[in-house]
Structure formats: C-alpha cells, structure tokens
Design a protein around this ligand. Structure first.
Ligand SMILES: Nc1ncnc2c1ncn2[C@@H]1O[C@H](COP(=O)(O)OP(=O)(O)OP(=O)(O)O)[C@@H](O)[C@H]1O
Ligand SMILES: [Mg+2]
Length: 244
C-alpha cells in the first residue's frame, strides 16, 4: 500500500525535553491509523510537526511525495493536511453553517462552489438541521463535530483527529466513530489519536504505539496491546512494582 505521509528519523526537542526521538512511521493511503501511547508520548507533537506548527530539528516528513519543512500552516492545509485540536475551537459568533462556509470560502474558487461544499459537508456530518444555530449554543460533542465539519471544507486528503472522543458519553462516542468512518469512506485518510482503546480497536486495523517520543510498536490493535513492552509503557513504574 502507498504511504500518503512518511516520517523518517524525525527528532524534536523543546529546550531540554526530547519530545520526538528519531521517530519513523508511515500513514497509508486510505487507512484509519491509530496513534496511541501514554500521556506525554509525543502524539500531539507529531500532529504539530506534520501540520507545520513546529519544524523538526532533524529528519524528514514527506506528504504525497513532497518534503515538508518550510511550508506554512495554511500552505499545508492547501496541500490537503487537516487537523482538529484537543479542545474544539469554533468561531463562536457564527452559526453552524457559517463556521463551515467561512472555511469553505478560503478553499473554493467561487461563492457558489463554497455554498455547494458547505451544504455537502453539513449533510455528511448530520448538521443540516442545526445549520442556523449559533455555534456557541452547541453542546461539547457537537462542537467537536463542528471542528471536523469545518476542517472538511479544506478538502483534506489526510485528517488528523487529536482525542476527538475525550469527554463524550459512550453513545456520543459511537456516533462519533460512525462519523469518522463516514469521512474515511469519502476517501480521506485518517490519523486517529485516542486513549479510549475500545474505540481504537473498533475503528483501526493498524496502530502505531509511541513512548517517550520514540516508536515502540505497530500492528493490529488487540495484538499490540498484548505486547509486554506496550503494557509496560502504559503502566510505567506501577507495573515494575507489581513484578517485584
Ligand atoms: N511547546 C512545547 N514546549 C515545551 N514542551 C512541549 C511543547 N509541546 C510538547 N511538549 C512536551 O513534549 C512532550 C510530548 O508532548 P505531547 O503533547 O506531544 O504528548 P501527547 O502524547 O500528545 O500526550 P497526551 O496524551 O497527554 O495528549 C511532553 O513532555 C510535553 O510536555
Ligand atoms: Mg496530546
């Protein structure tokens, strides 16, 4: 399978914190890849490096054959790299529809195309009945969906979802998984960062595990979670104490 994105020996430090440690992995065209690891493993930093918030100190990041280094965040969005944030950030003063439309205006040639794209996205994300609601009135799970809906307006080829299930009820989580699958079915490759393993197991056929900035393992979710090194990374010191 072809890789849409490849990180090769990528390294990044913040002062004395070695956040990403010679990391190599790829994201395959069309897949929903799970990226997991304990708190502070470096998952969000990966998203920030790929989307252009930070530049790596060394190593290469390649998206659809093109090296990413100096491209700005908007340039990378135009290339098809989309992401959501751990905390949703809607344009609070605007309606649901105008949140999506504002983004669509930037990424479509004409007003008519932007309107058409907005309607398609509202339909896909089940927001059509709520289109005129002020986004500030949306409950938390719907704000996360609005973040996803808005980023779809850039027509991403890769969408990175950073903990889009945190704080949701089991029912809301299931609805969100359905939405992620629906987005994936339109041809969008997905990098799915999540601590809720049941969700990762349901959604992903492959996961990459990180620990302390480094690559730890990859494979089918259930199998990877049985590996001793992975269990140890998640349980840390407590696990070592249990063994004593
Ligand atoms: N801008 C920054 N300045 C300083 N340190 C940072 C910065 N961004 C991340 N770090 C550090 O890099 C390491 C990796 O953080 P990161 O947020 O990528 O982890 P994570 O895997 O997303 O964790 P979580 O599951 O808690 O979201 C942590 O030690 C963090 O404190
Ligand atoms: Mg994070």
């Amino acid at each position: 399978m072809t890789a849409i994105m490849r990180l090769d020996d990528v390294d990044k430090s913040f002062g004395g914190v070695h956040a990403i440690d010679h990391l190599t992995f790829d994201i395959r065209e069309g897949e929903i890849l799970g990226l997991i690891g304990p708190n502070g493993a470096g998952k969000s930093t990966c998203v920030n490096l790929i989307s252009g918030v930070y530049a790596q100190d060394s190593g290469t990041i390649t998206f659809r054959g093109e090296r990413l280094l100096r491209q700005s965040i908007p340039d990378r969005a135009f290339m098809g790299i989309g992401r959501t944030f751990q905390s949703p950030k809607p344009f609070e003063g605007l309606s649901v529809r105008d949140n999506v439309f504002t983004a669509a205006l930037l990424y479509n040639g004409t007003m008519r195309e932007a309107e058409r794209a907005t309607d398609e996205i509202l339909e896909l994300t089940s927001f059509a009945p709520l289109r005129d609601l002020p986004s500030a009135k949306l409950p938390i799970e719907k704000r996360k969906w609005l973040d996803m809906a808005r980023v779809l307006a850039i027509r991403p080829k890769l969408l990175m979802l950073d903990e889009c299930l945190a704080g949701l009820t089991p029912l809301e989580m299931d609805e969100s998984l359905t939405l992620v699958r629906r987005i994936n079915a339109t041809g969008v490759t997905i990098l799915f960062i999540e601590h809720v393993m049941a969700a990762v197991t349901k959604l992903c056929t492959r996961v990459v595990v990180m620990n302390e900035g480094a690559f730890l393992s990859q494979g089918e979710p259930a199998a990877v979670m049985r590996e001793e090194a992975v269990i140890k990374a998640y349980l840390g010191k407590d696990y070592e104490n249990v063994e004593d």
